[in-house]
Design a protein around this ligand. Structure first.
Ligand SMILES: *Cc1c(COP(=O)(O)O)cnc(C)c1O
Length: 230
């Protein structure tokens, strides 16, 4: 991690905020265009509450089950928080996901679109939706392939009546992220999508340069994770 690792969570968070502001200045971007999603997967309320106290409002989780166990008491206690699902979503969890999350970053297949459309209509809740693009065409990874993205986005709209607000990508771990961010931005632009969920602890500055609107940052806020998270 390039930010150093102050032990005090509030201090580490302040350093990250400052680094994001610097990256915005370098990229000539307005920091108000950028939502920081604090990815709290594997961390409990004891780690999360100091970050809420420091003013953070958007939090991300990668598993529905874990989020459901952890967040309802926090959401009740701290009005005004928003919860983002950044990990893959199974269609049979669409009901729980629509009920709990304010944004879903991992829309990537027709069966999920169908389940989400049904729950959005039933629950009258409209989470912000991002389509995940598998920019590295990695076989083990979720997301639509880049060459399928335009057709998938058209199907989301026309076939399922879903409003997609942006794209999300998770570049391959051993590659420079820039080309993946640029490709995601290009696909978003030609499809008229304004939001870009890209950039994590190690690469948020590059993501800001290339147009990110939603940074998904875990380690730089909460420290290294000890539990498995895939
Ligand atoms: C864990 C996770 C992140 C945060 O990664 P860090 O490197 O800890 O900042 C971002 N996006 C997704 C989809 C994740 O699962």
């Amino acid at each position: 991690m390039t930010l150093g690792s102050p032990v005090d969570p509030a201090e580490r968070f302040a350093q990250l905020r400052a680094a994001i502001t610097r990256a915005c200045r370098d990229a000539k971007r307005d920091p108000r265009e950028i939502t920081l999603v604090a990815v709290s997967k594997t961390f409990g309320a004891d780690a999360i509450t100091p970050i809420i106290a420091a003013g953070q409002r958007a939090f991300g989780e990668n598993r529905v089950q874990e989020a459901r166990a952890k967040w309802p008491p926090l959401l009740a206690q701290y009005p005004g928080l928003e919860l983002h699902l950044v990990g893959p979503l199974q269609s049979n969890k669409a009901r729980e996901a629509v009920a709990l999350f304010d944004a879903i970053h991992s829309v990537d297949r027709p069966s999920l679109c169908e389940a989400l459309a049904k729950e959005i209509a039933r629950q009258k809740r409209t989470p912000l939706l991002f389509v995940e693009v598998n920019t590295g065409a990695e076989p083990q990874k979720a997301g639509v392939l880049p060459h399928e993205a335009d057709a998938f986005l058209a199907a989301c709209r026309e076939r399922y009546g879903l409003t997609i607000s942006g794209l999300m990508c998770l570049p391959p771990v051993n590659e420079a992220p820039g080309p993946h961010f640029a490709l995601t931005a290009q696909i978003a632009k030609r499809n008229g999508l304004k939001l870009l969920s890209m950039g994590m602890s190690a690469d948020f500055a590059a993501a800001i340069q290339l147009g990110a609107t939603h940074l998904r940052i875990g380690t730089a806020i909460f420290g290294e994770r000890t539990k498995g998270t895939t």
